[in-house]
Design a protein. Structure first.
Ligand code: FES
Ligand code: FES
Lengths: 805, 164
């Protein structure tokens, strides 16, 4: 049945299923300004909330005087921790097993912390009233350096005083949160001691922020008559929010409806539960009318969900000819004032233990120390699976440093150490089982496409010309090869607040042969309404155009853990395929009945069941759908519906090979990206157009992080990058055109072999851009310099190396 | 609260009259007073362009202007560019070339692009990139936005030629 006759080809094309660059169904409303984002929601009588925030990074709150604010016409309420305490809502649990103040309870721990919540008739009045709330502070010593935090007598978290045990084991100091260890320390140290060559480096992966174009917000509406709470908001995981809201408020879960409307980008920013959400709920319960809270950009950058902030020290052992024999990694992780990292419960440092990368490293050891400082809480995965960006940056820099140590070509060093195709499934030294890969093929394809040898020759000539004084630009060739770990995850080891990280899909086929499918995930621009319909189209033989995808409403969608960590395709995509297969199994019985043959005598063919050996006798899925509703079929229930909850047997491991060619003006520090080549292997490709779009976007966010974007603090804990004036978001003018390419190595355990792609380009892109900058200076003795490589820092590097003399 | 003032605007061809505080930003007057929610708020500091509208023939970031300053102006927002039955060429091009993902920047992008193509009907890629540099997109990396605008430009030029 596999020959593609013209008829079959046409039928297959009509489905717009897997592999089709189907245009997005979402775009009609977005291009006409008809999206429905949280700030577009207006409910009758709705009030607006706004926060009084701390100007200090560490201070005692001596008193709060609301009188003047309450006197302002239009102000309805001012909430403080004291008001929330009777409801036990002045603190809330974090996803990381810590707790966090909703409103300052006695002290503040970071600049921008929420101190009081003003509720007023409109947002201007609320903002005026914020100014009228008088808060008296008593300043305390500010600790912004995690290393100092571990030495100082200053206790940041007085509420934890005396607690020597945290959610993730023993605490070594009053500002210490946890130590997370993976791998074999003794053997790793032994290998390092015995090694022919050891390269060592410390690198700082700076603090940054996902900064989606839409900030976070919510609208809570407590209907006191029916006892129902409806909560609209920027939630990447609406079901989890419902469960948390129920646990916190005591409202039974069936009386809470959480809706994620259109979301203006997430990138990890919208995974967490923030004080604003809680305060809008409380305010609605208190006032009995809907309350909206939408943060402004400065509040977004200062308070909700930073990313990264890892100090990483690595030691890598190798033979003289470049075979890596061991890896040691220690991380000091700055978590800010509360440990609010958004990681699966058992992984306080996320999947940092993917830091052996794409290489066959026999033994390794990783230890991560989490530390409190006077900075904002967060630690979200900014366009990556949990801490994978940090891990990949670490190993891809260590490889470069080792190449320098060995005086070896960095592409060759990678080639020597890649996990080989026949080693998959591969058991890594730090505990993961990589599902599938073919790294050598991808690498050779990438190097050949960019003419790697030619680039190195040109670079060497440029260095000579520079030395002769004929040019003031240097050329950098940035390489990176990454392995992502996405699709969290197997319920046996992945959960969020105790909820197993499965995902779900529920399908209803309508009598006339169209369908609706509902999922537990939520798109923030990834185009789920388009791609999930494609997965389903290929499974059930109805055109994707006849399938509606709905997400984000907990009253209608099946329970799911949401969209982050590139988990939608690996987990919910799998659930979709599995639910589709259940539909098909029932359809087979119906078809056999209609064709008057045994179930086993029909077989599936694109959009129909045909009688084996008699292809002219068939029933299309459309016909079967109708029959499911209008025929009494013995032994078969009427209707055609299915639901699947998918617990993935393993993570998926997308990978890719990136090359960046950069020219750097030594006198201005300005890098010019001449070429960027990105080869991605995300397994089965569902929609190539959307994949490409994801790669462009992820690379641009990588460019931002590598070349300038950071959340910086001064010594007093003041945020120095609180607006888009200082926080770098690249414009069309700074961004190059990217070349995209691919290989396809399907995941063996995923129903359709897909691995997920949205975050790969960010994970692989950051080290690639950074390596390009650093490679430009390799000939002049640079070993490592920290990101972000903005013009000023690049200039300083050149200066330090004596290139301005 | 300051005294409200009487504001008159022509928005997407319709006359609007309402009371607003003079300090209210134009973007909020559009979104809150007039329920025109196509233009979005991304920063309120004139950096992101999500709030872009056309005001008296110029691209304006409506978070940068008080409604009092806009009094009497003629304004076009994304809602006034094309209709469901007949989309603007740029709207079609953004759909065709995957020029959007989350869609939050899109109203501002398309509104700005309509002006860009009026100012320069035949832009080079560089000119598109420069002319759109006031509008930030966090999702697409711009490549397909640029592609969409260039495609729309040639389409518009082709139909102009055909009309001549
Ligand atoms: S909201 Fe106006 S430019 Fe950002
Ligand atoms: S499409 Fe999301 S910001 Fe542009």
């Amino acid at each position: 049945m596999n020959d593609m006759t013209p008829d079959r080809e046409e039928r297959s094309a009509n489905l717009k299923g897997l592999g089709c660059s189907r245009k997005r169904v979402e775009d009609a409303r977005f291009t006409q300004g008809k999206g429905n984002y949280v700030d577009d929601i207006k409910l009758p009588g709705m009030l607006h909330g706004d926060f009084v925030r701390s100007p200090y990074a560490h201070a005692r709150v001596v008193s709060i005087n609301k009188d003047a604010a309450l006197e302002l016409p239009g102000v309805v309420a001012v909430l403080t921790a004291e008001d929330l305490a009777p409801l036990n809502l002045h603190w809330m649990p974090t996803l990381a097993g810590d707790k966090q103040m909703v409103l300052a309870d006695g002290k503040v721990l970071f600049q921008g912390q929420e101190v009081a919540f003003v509720v007023a008739k409109d947002r201007y009045i609320a903002a005026d009233a914020v100014e009228l709330v008088e808060v008296e502070y008593e300043e305390l010593p500010v600790i912004v350096d995690p290393f100092e935090a571990l030495k100082t007598d200053v206790v940041l978290r007085e509420d934890l005083a005396g607690q020597t045990e945290g959610a993730h084991g023993p605490r070594k100091h009053h500002n210490h949160i946890f130590t997370w260890e993976q791998g074999d320390e003794a053997t790793t140290n032994q290998v390092l001691d015995d090694a022919e060559v050891v390269a060592e480096e410390t690198m700082y992966y700076h603090r940054t922020h996902p900064c989606p174009l839409e900030t976070c917000g919510s609208v809570a509406s407590m209907d006191k008559v029916n006892g129902k709470l409806t909560l609209y908001g920027t939630f990447q995981a609406p079901h989890v929010v419902r469960t948390v809201a129920s646990l916190l408020s005591g409202i039974e879960e069936h009386n809470i409806r959480v809706v994620s409307p259109d979301i203006g980008g997430g990138f990890g920013n919208k995974v967490g539960v923030y004080p604003g959400y809680v305060c809008s709920i409380v305010a609605s319960i208190v006032t009995g009318v809907p309350v909206k809270w939408v943060e402004d950009r400065m509040e977004n950058l200062m308070s909700t969900a930073f990313a990264r902030d890892y100090w990483m020290t690595g030691k890598i052992a190798a033979t003289k000819d470049g075979k890596i024999t061991g890896l040691h990694c220690h991380v000091t992780a700055d978590h800010g004032g509360f440990d609010a990292c958004a990681d699966p419960t058992k992984f306080p440092a996320g999947f940092m233990n993917i830091c052996t990368g794409s290489y066959d490293i026999p033994v390794a050891y990783l230890a991560v120390d989490g530390v409190y400082t006077n900075k904002a809480p967060g630690g979200v995965s900014y366009r990556c699976s949990f801490r994978v960006t940090e891990a990949v940056y670490f190993i891809e820099r260590m490889i470069e440093v080792l190449a320098i140590e060995l005086n070896m070509d960095a592409a060759e060093l990678r080639r020597i150490n890649f996990i080989k195709k026949d080693q998959f499934p591969y058991q890594s030294a730090l505990g993961w089982e990589y599902d599938s890969g073919d790294y050598h093929t991808a690498w050779e394809k990438a190097l050949k496409t960019v003419d790697y040898e030619g680039l190195r020759k040109e670079q060497a000539e440029r260095v000579e010309a520079f030395k002769r004084g004929e040019t003031r630009t240097l050329m950098g060739v940035g390489l990176s090869f990454f392995t992502e770990i996405v699709g969290a995850g197997p319920v046996k080891n992945c959960d969020i607040l105790g909820m197993g990280m499965f995902d779900s899909c529920e399908i209803r086929i309508h009598p006339t042969g169209s369908a609706i499918a509902r999922l537990g995930t939520i798109s923030q621009g990834q185009g789920h309404a388009t791609t999930f319909a494609q997965i389903l189209a290929s499974e059930i033989g109805l055109s994707a155009d006849s399938i509606t995808i709905e997400e984000g409403d907990t009253d209608t969608a099946p329970y799911g853990l949401g969209t982050y960590g590139s988990r939608s395709t690996p987990v919910a995509g799998a659930a979709t395929a599995m639910a589709g297969r259940k539909i098909r199994a029932k359809a087979q019985m119906i078809a056999a009945y209609l064709l008057e043959v045994h179930d086993d005598d029909v077989e599936w063919d694109i959009d129909r069941f045909v009688v084996k050996g008699a292809p002219e006798r068939f029933k299309t899925m459309k016909e079967i759908a109708y029959a499911a509703y209008n025929q009494a079929i013995p032994g078969v229930e009427p209707g055609l519906e299915a639901v699947s909850y998918y617990d993935p047997p393993n993570m998926t491991y997308p990978f890719g090979a990136y090359v960046c060619v950069m020219d750097i003006d030594v006198d201005t520090g300005v890098p010019e990206i001449r070429r960027f080549y990105a080869l991605d292997d995300c397994g089965t490709r569902i929609n190539p157009m959307i994949i490409e779009g994801q790669v462009h976007g992820g690379l641009t966010e990588a460019l931002a992080v590598a070349l300038g974007q950071e959340i910086a603090y001064d010594d007093l804990g003041n945020v120095k990058t609180g607006t888009l004036m200082d926080f770098f978001l690249p414009t069309a003018w700074e961004v190059p055109n990217y070349e995209t390419d691919h290989t396809v190595t399907p995941s063996p355990h995923h129903p359709i072999g897909a691995k997920g792609v949205g975050e790969s380009p960010h994970v692989g892109g950051v080290p690639c851009f950074s390596n390009a900058v650093q490679d430009a200076f390799r000939a002049f003795g640079l070993r490592h310099t920290n990101m972000p490589h903005d013009h000023w820092r690049i200039w300083q590097t050149a200066n330090r190396l004596g290139l301005h003399d | 609260m300051t005294q409200k003032m009487h504001i008159k605007l022509t928005v997407n061809g319709e006359d609007k009259e309402f009371l607003a505080e003079p300090r209210e930003l134009l973007i909020y007057a559009l979104r809150e007073n007039l329920n025109i929610t196509g233009p979005h708020v991304g920063c309120e500091t004139s950096h992101c362009g999500a709030c872009t509208v056309t005001l008296n023939g110029k691209s304006v970031k409506s978070c940068t202007m008080f409604v009092a300053q806009a009094n009497g102006a003629e304004i076009t927002t994304i809602e006034g560019i094309g209709s469901p039955d007949s989309l603007h060429v740029l709207q079609e091009a953004f759909k065709e070339h995957h020029g959007l993902q989350c869609g939050f920047c899109t109203p501002g992008m398309i509104t700005r692009a309509t002006k860009l193509l009026e100012e320069n009907p035949n832009p080079s890629e560089e000119e598109v990139r420069f002319g759109m540099a006031g509008n930030i997109c966090r999702c697409t990396g711009y490549q397909n936005i640029v592609k969409s605008i260039l495609a729309a430009a040639s389409e518009l030029n082709a139909s102009k030629e055909a009309a001549q």
